[in-house]
Design a protein around this ligand. Structure first.
Ligand code: NAD
Length: 366
């Protein structure tokens, strides 16, 4: 797969070549001069159902950056939906943040109209830079939106379900790798105690785990001290903590040659997207005897919730679907450990088989 940083739209057919390398799909572009909307919707695949994925509002430097981000992320959503057994395809939208002051309501009104024009092939949701309030505005113009404030007990915030899913994934990994069914006394090291890390810490504390946490926000770690008796370390010391499970819940690309050498936990299982700095780090972890739970498998709770609520499932059904992340993680890690294969490769193979089971377009995308 070509690196996005090396791609340039002035290059000969680079856009199509990149799309084909990812197994795309469709690309929709919208400009609305009145509101300043410049938006892109990438639909990777709809074999399993309409494409659901968040809307990212970001200050992109280049059009290429925005397009390739949308396409890369949309592919990830296809795989996340498939591995979670959802009847959904993968899509993603990006809005290029207007420079200077802008009318946010008008921007998301125009975006809502754009989504509606796609006729349900793409369902949008909250993502980095967009908010539940933004999705409420979108909902005035289209029904193809999940994660609005009318949707869930968490006020539309999918983080609670994400945290519950990560907790289930940790339980499954601990069972397989450490042969333990309960978490009492287990030492879990959490990087980032934000929207996912904090409720994850609560689940782990309630299950009897011991916690060490870090965050660049002191207020965020302090509540983990006060409520869960957590130990706090500085952000740059987190990789040196001797624990059982490392849960990255802050930013991506945290697992590289240096941090993998520092880490001593037997399990890595957290919510952060794209945790491996490079795909090869999955194998490096495996060779070190560390069980890495693929990020898009364990952090699917938010997507599962968005999909279930969009389909009007009862809250208990939603919860049951999130709890099933235990089974997904169990299946993948069991297979990976039995075959000495990188779990990320196992997950990709299972997801691709589901996505392309009914389609001849397998070669480039799988
Ligand atoms: P968040 O912004 O609420 O929390 C991230 C926390 O990490 C913040 O408290 C921040 O201060 C902290 N942080 C940033 N840099 C840090 C550093 N260097 N060291 C330690 N802490 C640092 O985000 P979130 O919603 O909790 O998401 C966390 C991760 O999980 C992200 O990678 C996100 O993409 C991913 N994720 C989130 C969801 C969801 O439902 N929120 C779903 C899937 C994936």
């Amino acid at each position: 797969m070509p690196k996005t940083s090396t791609l340039n739209l002035s290059n000969n057919l680079a856009l199509f070549q990149y799309g084909e390398s990812l197994g795309h799909g469709e690309l929709h572009v919208k400009m609305d001069q009145a509101s300043g909307l410049r938006a892109i919707v990438a639909i990777h695949n709809t074999n399993l159902g309409p494409a659901l994925g968040g809307c990212r509002l970001y200050d992109y430097d280049t059009t290429e950056g925005a397009i390739f981000d949308a396409m890369r992320l949309a592919r990830g959503m296809s795989y996340k939906a498939a591995i979670s057994n959802l009847a959904l395809g993968g899509g993603k939208s990006v809005i290029i943040k207007p420079k200077g002051d802008f009318d946010r309501v008008a921007l998301f009104e125009a975006f809502g109209k754009f989504i509606n024009e796609l006729g349900g092939r793409y369902i949008t949701a909250v993502d980095s830079g967009s908010t539940i309030d933004d999705m409420d505005i979108v909902q005035r113009y289209t029904s193809y939106v999940a994660t609005t404030s009318s949707h869930s007990e968490g006020g539309g915030d999918p983080s609670y379900s994400t945290a519950l899913g990560v907790f289930q994934g940790i339980r499954a990994a601990v069972k397989l790798k450490l042969n333990r069914c309960d978490l009492t006394g287990l030492h879990v090291v959490i990087q980032g105690t934000g929207h996912v890390g904090y409720p994850l810490a609560r689940h782990l504390h309630e299950a009897g785990a011991r916690l060490t946490v870090c965050d660049i926000s002191l207020a965020s770690t302090q509540r983990c001290v006060d409520e869960f008796g957590a130990t706090v370390v500085a952000p740059d010391a987190i990789f040196d903590v001797q624990g059982d499970v490392f849960a990255p819940c802050a930013m991506g690309a945290v697992l590289d040659d240096q941090t993998i050498a520092q880490l001593s936990t037997k399990i890595i299982a957290g919510s952060a997207n794209n945790q491996l700095a490079e795909a090869r780090h999955g194998k490096v972890l495996m060779q070190k005897g560390v069980l890495y739970v693929p990020d898009y498998v364990i952090n699917a709770g938010g997507l599962i919730e968005a999909a279930a609520i969009y389909q009007n499932d009862h809250p208990e059904q939603v919860r049951q679907k999130v709890l099933a992340i235990y089974d997904a993680v169990h299946e993948i890690t069991e297979q990976a450990l039995a075959t000495h294969t990188d779990p990320a490769e196992v997950a990709d193979a299972i997801a691709a088989a589901r996505i392309y089971a009914t389609s001849p377009l397998t070669a480039a995308a799988a």
